[in-house]
Design a protein around this ligand. Structure first.
Ligand code: SF4
Length: 244
């Protein structure tokens, strides 16, 4: 039996603001950032939702309470809800998605694809973001395939790949070849990610823009015409600031 009001480990709920990256870039969105992640990427930009040392900031919230926050933030008007983290796939989010759909809200989830859930099929958008070599994580391609299979072609499924360097770029090409039916979004990495407690620290925007230019050049020279190259819009607008 599906539990209708399970507790979700939440790091923060905020918005509406615009989605800053990936296929929904620019779309007004309320964000639910869950706490905890099975990865530890070297350049993680949400350590406050990953590292156990920040666990005291996370709250176990029943679906009812999470949903109440979303409704209040959106002024009861249906909006896109982004489920992010951390790795949101390790939280029980199926009942929340059901609740929101009943009120006309839509749900996008972003995950590295290490954990598969049967409720992926109920999402509207599933963003799979396998982590490249610069993250110092290892990819379980079978797990990512299982995520694609769990979606059963119901939500829109896309690949989003962060690229810092040549080996990340080669990895992105490999991922695109493995999942050739999925749209691909490439994003230049932020090499000056926020550190918890210092989120307003400035970013090296010049460096990020140079990396984006390099990436555009790579893609066009390679005639990789199916790939879309996008910045992290929120980083361009607000730097490393949290909650925007
Ligand atoms: S998978 Fe995402 S949230 Fe988890 S450590 Fe890597 S970048 Fe951070």
């Amino acid at each position: 039996m599906i539990e209708t009001n399970p507790a979700i480990r939440v790091s923060e709920i905020f918005g509406p603001t615009i989605q800053g990256e990936g296929p929904l870039i620019g779309l007004p969105t309320v964000f639910i950032r869950t706490g905890g992640c099975d990865y530890r990427c070297s350049w993680c930009d949400t350590l406050h939702a990953v590292d156990n040392q920040f666990r005291h900031e996370w709250k176990m919230m029943p679906v009812d309470a999470v949903w109440q926050s979303v409704v209040e933030l959106s002024g009861t008007q249906p909006v896109m809800v982004s489920l992010s983290g951390g790795n949101p796939a390790i939280q029980p989010l199926g009942a929340l998605i059901d609740r929101g759909h009943g009120a006309g809200y839509r749900f996008a989830l972003e995950t590295q694809g290490s954990v598969v859930r049967d409720w992926f099929v109920d999402l509207d958008v599933l963003v799979l973001s396998p982590k490249p070599p610069s993250s110092e994580m290892r990819t379980d391609w079978a797990a990512i395939q299982a995520c694609v299979d769990a979606a059963q072609e119901k939500p829109q499924v896309v690949l989003k790949l962060v690229v810092f360097d040549e080996s990340d770029y080669a990895y992105a090409k490999e991922a695109a070849a493995r999942f050739s039916r999925l749209p691909v979004f490439l994003q230049p990495g932020n090499h000056t990610p926020p550190r918890p407690g210092n989120e307003d620290a400035s970013v090296d925007l010049d460096g990020i823009i140079k990396r984006m230019q390099w990436l555009v050049d790579k893609v066009t020279r390679d005639r990789w015409f199916e790939a879309r190259v996008l910045p992290q819009l929120h980083v361009l607008l607000w730097g490393n600031k949290r909650g925007v």
